[in-house]
Design a protein around this ligand. Structure first.
Ligand code: FAD
Ligand code: NAD
Length: 458
């Protein structure tokens, strides 16, 4: 093993996604000797397989859907159609254009050595990749997470789809049974339904998007059913899946009644687990099934090893992984220590209407026994709902008894843009009055936020 001060690198980053990339570039810019290791495609999940490809396809789908329904605005859209291989080509172009997908050359041009292969700790300062051994004074573990298959009889005997493989399908299936209706399950349900797939969305919890406010699940369930023909099967336990010709027979239990349906494909979006299979015991890094344990400064039980991104499991978003990566890089090489602030992390589901939230939900407040005030303004209250002929949505704001905003949810077109004023409010402890007294441009969707805030002050 290499001796202290004679390590090959100052920093080795394991995993080249959002959780690894920022730290690697920050350290290299500070003239540290840096290596990054990747066992799959450089750039990680977000640009290659997750955020970028899903949102590129969703953009095309919403454009198609809106144009298809343009007759009411006087548009002639009767002959509109799509070509699925061309849609996939658009998705591939968007992936390529991020610059982060397959970006091994980017690292090399920034003086960061790259290694392709599975990293495994041999000792606290040394890892192996393939048969090579390299050492470092510091490590950042940013190995992300992967899909897990729920324990459903027959599931592991079939070739089910994951969101990653679904995006590579050569055509939309005729029918699709999705297991899991959090952000990703719901986004893909809408995507496929727009392209003509009959979608069944099975969720074990009482509502779809179960981590969001109750009103969100109810609204989205109705919207997806009425406008896209999606059958949401909440409080549903899938009990068996068997191959049936070219498709599958799925049996599920709902309200004590067992039913069986036949579908062409099965998609599993029922949750992810952290990637912790890298010899962490050899480095004395503690972890449990929820991820690697760190202190508030992202330092693991081994003082020279930090962790960031999905493998830590604080909030599985790309913006959180990037923030943690930057903070870990700072903390490793600096005397001052920073801690990531998760209180105002925005959460967005890119459906139509999109769902965006920040801070505490009503359920969170009940669990914490907080005394709160709340107000909800429906989207129909703003003039934009009329001029865009879109009415499904709302803004909901929760404050403490002094009026400080604790949490908020917006369901609207572009809710992912609207949420940031509320994220700032949560972070800075602004009050509902601060929002209500701020002019909001007439005919913007954001007017619904001002109206919800006004209800809390008048
Ligand atoms: C379909 C989908 C859509 C999403 N959409 C959004 C969105 O719109 N907005 C958002 O904020 N978030 C979104 N997310 C979540 C977001 O993609 C993740 O939170 C983010 O990519 C996590 O980054 P990471 O660096 O922690 O992990 P990853 O990007 O997964 O990077 C980890 C890398 O480590 C590598 N690795 C693992 N183990 C080893 C090892 N032992 N040796 C070498 N390499 C290893 C892996 O191959 C992987 O490339 C989405 C997720 C999915 C699945
Ligand atoms: N817009 C996005 O797509 C987006 C944005 C940011 C982050 N992410 C992150 O990506 C990660 C993965 O997202 P996800 O939505 O797939 O996973 P998730 O873990 O958030 O949700 C899985 C869902 O599956 C359900 N489920 C589990 N077992 C089931 C079963 N046997 N039958 C039916 N339902 C079952 C759970 O109740 C849950 O609602 C999340 O942490 C999410 O925060 C996604």
């Amino acid at each position: 093993m290499a001796k202290k001060n004679h390590f090959d690198y100052d920093l080795i980053v394991i995993g080249s996604g959002a959780g690894g990339s920022a730290a690697a570039t920050i350290a290299a810019r500070a003239n540290k000797r840096v290596a990054i290791i990747e066992e799959d495609t450089f750039g990680g999940d977000s640009p290659n397989w997750s955020d970028i490809p899903t949102k590129a396809l969703l953009h095309a789908a919403y454009l198609y859907d809106e144009a298809r329904h343009g007759t009411k605005f006087g548009l002639r859209s009767g002959t509109l159609s799509y070509n699925y291989p061309s849609l996939r080509a658009w998705k591939d172009l968007a992936v390529k254009r991020t610059g982060a997908a397959g970006n091994r050359k980017f690292y090399e041009s920034h003086n960061i050595d790259t290694y392709a292969g599975h990293a495994q700790f041999l000792s606290p300062n040394e890892i192996s990749i393939n048969r090579k051994h390299i050492s470092a004074g510091h490590f950042l573990i940013a190995t992300g997470s992967r899909w897990i298959a729920p324990d459903i009889p027959g599931l592991t005997d079939i070739s089910y789809l994951t969101p990653r493989t679904m995006l590579e399908s050569i055509r939309p299936p005729k029918s699709l049974y999705i297991i899991g209706a959090d952000s990703i399950g719901v986004e893909i349900a809408q995507l496929m339904a727009i392209f003509g797939t009959k979608v069944y969305l099975a969720e074990i919890a009482a509502r779809i998007l179960p981590k969001e406010e109750e009103e969100v699940g109810r609204l989205l369930e109705h919207y997806l059913k009425d406008h896209k023909g999606v059958t949401a099967l909440t409080q549903t336990r899938t009990v068996a899946i068997v191959k049936d010709g070219l498709g599958y027979r799925v049996s599920f239990l709902r309200g004590g009644v067992e039913k069986t349906i036949r579908v062409e494909e099965i998609l599993v979006a029922a949750g992810r687990v952290p990637n912790v299979d890298l010899g962490l015991e050899n480095a004395h890094v503690e972890y449990d099934p929820t991820g690697i344990k760190t202190n508030e400064y992202l330092q693991t039980s081994a003082r020279h090893i930090y962790a960031a991104g999905d493998v830590v499991g604080h909030a599985e978003h790309t913006h959180t992984a990037l923030l943690e990566s930057q903070i870990a890089a700072h903390n490793m090489f600096s005397k001052s220590q920073l801690a990531p602030d998760y209180t105002a992390t925005p959460r967005v589901t890119f459906t139509m209407p999109s769902v965006a939230s920040v801070g505490l939900t009503e359920d969170d407040c009940i669990k914490r026994d907080l005394k709160v005030n709340k107000a909800l303004a429906p989207l129909t209250i703003v003039a934009r709902a009329n001029t865009s002929d879109f009415r499904d949505g709302f803004a909901k704001i929760i404050t403490d008894k002094k009026g400080a905003i604790l949490g908020a949810t917006v369901v609207a077109p572009d809710a992912g843009e609207i949420i940031h004023e509320l994220a700032l409010a949560v972070r800075l402890g602004l009050s509902a009055r601060d929002i209500a007294d701020t002019q909001h441009a007439f005919l913007s969707w954001s007017e619904v936020v001002r109206v919800a805030a006004s209800k809390l002050v008048h």
